[in-house]
Design a protein around this ligand. Structure first.
Ligand code: UTP
Length: 319
């Protein structure tokens, strides 16, 4: 089946919509950051992986900046034990600010202040990290009956390759849920949720017909991996409340979305936006290193010197 998503879908159901015929505006972002970060131990024993520096900012600041750039100024972070440094980072650090002010170091003062004024940041604790689906369910009270975005706190999308605003546009036209997909080599699909899809007639937008968490390559319905951006209809909360633990004994968002792919009525259906830009999984050690090098190469203060050094370093590598 091919279905071009209507840009004039009628306003139906309790959620209503806007005068332009689109679904309600998306204004809230949820950032799950309560995971244990076992792939990065021992660095993440006492420091959340979301706080690992990517050049000169913690990874999670890039994620909050991305949400704000897409118009989502209300951010809810899902945190847990050992995550207080996240809250400190987005709060005022008055003693630092006073010291920098006294020294007249206004450049660094502005950098320190940026994270406190970036967004309206709220927190809720997950308690037990029982999986990404469970973490998202913790946002139900804050989000209410509105569509919302989810950005994984360890997944960076390069600012030059915008994804979230496209996903929000697709969600508002379809009034369904939307996932971000990326083509990966078949031998890597077992690391991701994987989607079975049909074309919609719109470039890089597909209708998702099925989802499976971390399939073996032989069983995978496609090479389209689900990456860490979602724009979800609030019906997801109802589904998550009855989703049993799945793979790894965790409540999987993939399983809840699978239920929605088949659902009819308001909030049923799942679409995918295929992302072809730059993305870094900072929870993975190798990807983290690549993110630091690539982002540093473009950094206004550091890029030129680093690129010069890298050329010499690469030329000296023996294999
Ligand atoms: P991951 O699958 O990367 O799991 O979670 P993890 O536990 O954080 O890391 P590893 O695999 O042990 O190294 C994806 C995202 O979902 C969040 C994580 O913080 C991360 O941003 N998450 C995961 C939660 O918030 N709660 C959970 O129960 C699980």
């Amino acid at each position: 089946m091919t279905d071009v998503i209507s840009s004039q879908a009628p306003a139906t159901g309790a959620q209503g919509g806007s005068e332009d015929g689109l679904g309600p505006a998306v204004t809230k972002a949820v950032i799950p950051a309560a995971g244990l970060g076992t792939r990065f131990l021992p660095a993440t024993k006492a420091t959340p992986k979301e706080m690992l520096p990517v050049v000169d900012k913690p990874a999670i600041q890039y994620v909050v900046e991305e949400a704000v750039a897409a118009g989502l100024g209300d951010v809810l972070m899902i945190t847990g034990r050992n995550k207080s440094s996240l809250e400190n980072h987005f709060d005022r650090a008055w003693e630092l600010e006073e010291a920098l002010q006294a020294k007249g170091d206004l450049l660094r003062l502005a950098r320190v202040r940026k994270s406190n004024v970036l967004a309206d940041v709220h927190y809720v604790r997950q308690g037990d990290p029982r999986g990404l689906g469970h973490a998202i369910a913790c946002a139900a009270h804050h989000v209410g009956d509105h569509p919302f975005a989810v950005l994984l706190g360890d997944d960076l999308i390069d600012v030059r390759d915008p994804l979230l605003s496209r996903m929000i546009d697709v969600q508002r036209r379809s009034r369904a849920s939307v996932v971000a997909l990326m083509e990966v080599p078949r031998e890597q699909i077992h690391l991701y949720g994987c989607a079975a899809v049909e074309p919609t007639g719109e470039d890089d937008v597909v209708r998702v017909t099925g989802m499976v968490e971390k399939p073996d390559a032989a069983d995978a319905p496609s090479n389209l991996a689900v990456i860490g951006r979602y724009v979800l209809h609030p019906r997801i909360f109802e589904v998550l409340a009855t989703t049993a633990p799945g793979r790894g004994g965790e409540i999987q968002i993939t399983d809840a979305l699978q239920t929605l792919t088949d659902a009819s009525g308001e909030g049923g259906g799942v679409y995918g936006v295929v992302f072809r830009g730059r993305r870094y999984d900072t929870g993975d050690r190798l990807d983290y290193l690549k993110a630091v090098v690539q982002i540093a190469c473009d950094h206004p203060d550091l890029g030129a010197d680093l690129r010069t050094w890298l050329r010499g370093f690469a030329a000296d590598l023996t294999d």
